[in-house]
Design a protein around this ligand. Structure first.
Ligand code: PGA
Ligand code: MG
Length: 229
């Protein structure tokens, strides 16, 4: 499978690579779990644990907190009012700011790829900017990206195509010449809606489901397979 994808990818040379962050470049679930469990504890609730948290990541901090408050019941999560969510969100934000990069690290091969990428790169994450910037700084990754687009920068976030199209426009690259690389259906759906080719990594979170179900153009087991471009 890996070989086949490397060959197919070799036929496409993107002028811009748009990267997702959580679940694609970094494994942030250990620190996100610390923060979610601290929040739940403050509210007098049982901890959720890493596996549950990994299923709730991908639509930004607000969605993560809502899912934690409703034990992953997606309908109930979005019936909560902003007022109901606000105290929990405040507790989460405080705890995550402290935990941010204690146990968060890059997946295998990511550093190597970022150092040697033949194409310019931008980061398109649903993570709020207040966490993304210090996290990238602690990893020393800011110089690698021409642009950071965070979950709260625009009115819409992935799976809406707007952040991806905005990134292409800012960099002066046609969507058809760009490549989105992500771990979740939000990334694949956003890319498809933006007419951007999409490679998905198989090791990420994707709400606990196989990302192959979303039919990305390519499936990668390791980000270095992109170097075959
Ligand atoms: O904050 C999140 O939920 C995940 O962000 P991502 O878009 O980098 O995966
Ligand atoms: Mg992700």
């Amino acid at each position: 499978m890996a070989e086949w994808h490397a060959r197919v990818l070799a036929r496409f040379t993107p002028e811009l690579v748009l990267f997702d962050l959580d679940g694609t470049l970094i494994d942030s679930v250990p620190d996100l779990t610390t923060a979610i469990d601290a929040m739940l504890q403050q509210l007098g609730r049982a901890p959720a644990g890493r596996e549950q948290v990994s299923h709730w990541v991908g639509n930004g901090a607000d969605a993560l907190v809502r899912r934690a408050l409703t034990a992953g019941d997606e309908t109930a999560a979005w019936l909560l009012t902003s007022e109901q969510v606000a105290p929990a969100r405040q507790a989460f934000d405080q705890a995550y700011m402290q935990a941010l990069h204690h146990a968060t690290g890059a997946y295998d091969g990511v550093e190597e790829f970022l150092r040697s990428s033949p194409a310019p790169m931008v980061l398109v994450t649903n993570k709020p900017r207040v966490f993304t910037e210090p996290l990238l700084q602690s990893l020393g990754w800011q110089p690698y990206f021409q642009l950071l687009l965070c979950g709260d920068d625009l009115a819409q976030k992935k799976p809406h195509p707007a952040p991806l199209l905005h990134a292409c426009e800012q960099l002066g690259v046609a969507p058809q010449q760009a490549l989105m690389v992500g771990d979740s259906r939000n990334d694949v759906e956003a890319a498809k809606a933006a007419s951007i080719a999409c490679a998905a990594v198989s090791y990420g979170y994707n709400h606990g489901e196989p990302i192959a179900d979303s039919q990305p153009d390519w499936l990668l087991d390791d980000i270095r397979q992109l170097l075959a471009l």
